[in-house]
Design a protein around this ligand. Sequence first.
Ligand SMILES: NC(=O)C1=CN([C@@H]2O[C@H](COP(=O)(O)OP(=O)(O)OC[C@H]3O[C@@H](n4cnc5c(N)ncnc54)[C@H](OP(=O)(O)O)[C@@H]3O)[C@@H](O)[C@H]2O)C=CC1
Ligand SMILES: O=C(O)[C@@H]1CCC=N1
Length: 261
Amino acid sequence: MRLGVIGFGNMGSAIAKGFVSKKAMDITNIGVFDTYDKTRENAHREGFSIYNDEIELIKHSDAVLIAVKPIHAKVLFEKIAKDIEDKLIVSIVAGLESTTIKSWIGCDKRVLRIMPNTPAIVGEGVFALDSDSNARDDEKKTLESMFSAIGLVEWVEERLFPVVTGLSGGGPAYVAMFIEALADAGVLHGLKRDVAIKMATKTVLGSAAQILETGIHPAVLKDMVCSPAGTTIEGVKALEDYSFRAGVIEAVSAATLKSKK
Ligand SMILES: NC(=O)C1=CN([C@@H]2O[C@H](COP(=O)(O)OP(=O)(O)OC[C@H]3O[C@@H](n4cnc5c(N)ncnc54)[C@H](OP(=O)(O)O)[C@@H]3O)[C@@H](O)[C@H]2O)C=CC1
Ligand SMILES: O=C(O)[C@@H]1CCC=N1
């Protein structure tokens, strides 16, 4: 499959670079168009095929990944509508429903929505693929296999895309904030910044790996760490006092609501 990427910012480039580094795609099969000259130059230097407009890119692609900000989507879709022909549109635009996209490009077009996240760049992404999509079976199979090479793939009904956007789509931001806060606490009590960041990051990575690899429930892992009258339960009590879990649930809910809007 030749993939054309329109919008080579944080997310479009993370996916394309992930595909290349995990050998899910040959770099020669990935074309890029971005309105920002510097971005196109950087992509060219990295070895991607660069196009100077959307239409040329689409001509040389089997599937087109739309990775521009939601605010730029309508103008872009209306501009490319007549040139899409039988190409598959893969949209990662948050909050933009397939029916809206089809109202701009034609209801006969094939659209597959995907909600990715940034760890795609290191092959550790999470990707919700729309199980209601009208993409062909062979296209679904190919994309599932490509995205599986750079992370976890889950087929999810489109009605659940808002919550996926709030949970895994935005999740790296919340996790990064948690890591930063852990490190700040380490620095507060005397650790060097670089050491504190490394220890905080590996603690998050290791705990996640333990949950994934052993299948242990997160609550059981928490209980294993809390010795009776020990140190950790004091920390857990402080997190409860500061409504840590309610705060996280509220964060995902707020993002979900915004995605629906
Ligand atoms: N960032 C994330 O973690 C995630 C993002 N998404 C979705 O991915 C999409 C992209 O987000 P993100 O990568 O963060 O955004 P960025 O702003 O980093 O990247 C978008 C890029 O597209 C360029 N662009 C704007 N209009 C056009 C156009 N008409 N044709 C070609 N290029 C254009 C922008 O240029 P310029 O800057 O000059 O406007 C920019 O370089 C969004 O819709 C977002 O909802 C989904 C999941 C996670
Ligand atoms: O914040 C956003 O709107 C995008 C969608 C999910 C992650 N980033």
